[in-house]
Design a protein around this ligand. Structure first.
Ligand SMILES: C[S@@+](CC[C@H](N)C(=O)[O-])C[C@H]1O[C@@H](n2cnc3c(N)ncnc32)[C@H](O)[C@@H]1O
Length: 203
């Protein structure tokens, strides 16, 4: 995955990207951000144009906010004041425990290797760091259609049903909370146990 498919879509996502987030998901994101300690470091992973990063910085100017994404065309739209880095979720260029929070909006299903990406998220998080994920359940009709469209478009479309993703996070040492409405869901997780030589559960 070079991100090239998304490169042309930067302006489109910049303008319309917010439309895929329902009010309740935005409210949950806002609560997630509000709970962070002053000066916390936040990563918007698969952050594209930095939509979530922008919301976080608007709400909490004290935060150090980063966007990581493989697409130059998407990153070109990231607002000023937000740090942007070209990177894939599977190989993050950050030291262990750098972030207090990681947000992944509508991007988890684009990751080629979910297992490695989840290893990386845990690695770059501090103990008791938090994760916020917004994604789609591939089982309801709407979710099946989104998956079909993305597969036709050539994306991995690795959609994980919410209850399964929750189990995966629990097995990885997180405490979790889940809210699902129709085919859309938000998973929030807190890292309670840092892996040390423990084999990661396969997705
Ligand atoms: C649907 S967009 C969502 C962008 C943004 N999070 C938002 O809510 O507007 C999916 C993003 O995932 C990125 N992406 C694809 N593969 C990725 C990977 N392996 N690691 C990190 N990001 C990836 C794409 O470049 C794209 O910007």
């Amino acid at each position: 995955m070079t991100g090239s498919r998304f490169d042309r879509l930067g302006p489109l996502f910049k303008r319309h990207g917010h439309r895929v987030y329902p009010r309740w998901a935005k409210d949950l994101f806002s609560l997630f951000i509000a709970r962070l300690a002053r000066g916390s470091r936040v990563l918007d992973l698969g952050g594209g144009t930095g939509l979530l990063a922008g919301w976080a910085k608007e709400q909490r100017p004290d935060l150090e906010v980063w966007v990581a994404d493989p697409s130059d065309g998407m990153l070109a739209q990231v607002p000023r004041g937000i740090r942007a880095v070209r990177a894939r979720a599977e190989a993050l260029p950050f030291e262990d425990g750098y972030f207090h929070a990681v947000a992944v909006g509508e991007a988890l299903h684009h990751f080629d290797d979910l297992d490695r990406a989840l290893d990386e998220i845990s690695r770059v998080l501090v103990l008791y760091g938090t994760v916020w994920i917004y994604d789609y359940d591939p089982r309801p009709l709407a979710g099946r259609l989104v998956r079909l469209f993305e597969r036709l478009w050539g994306e991995p479309a690795n959609f994980v049903p919410p209850d399964r993703l929750r189990r995966i996070f629990i097995e990885r040492g997180y405490m979790t909370g889940l809210q699902a409405e129709g085919f859309r869901y938000v998973l929030v997780a807190e890292l309670r146990e840092k892996a040390s030589g423990r084999s990661s559960p396969r997705v």
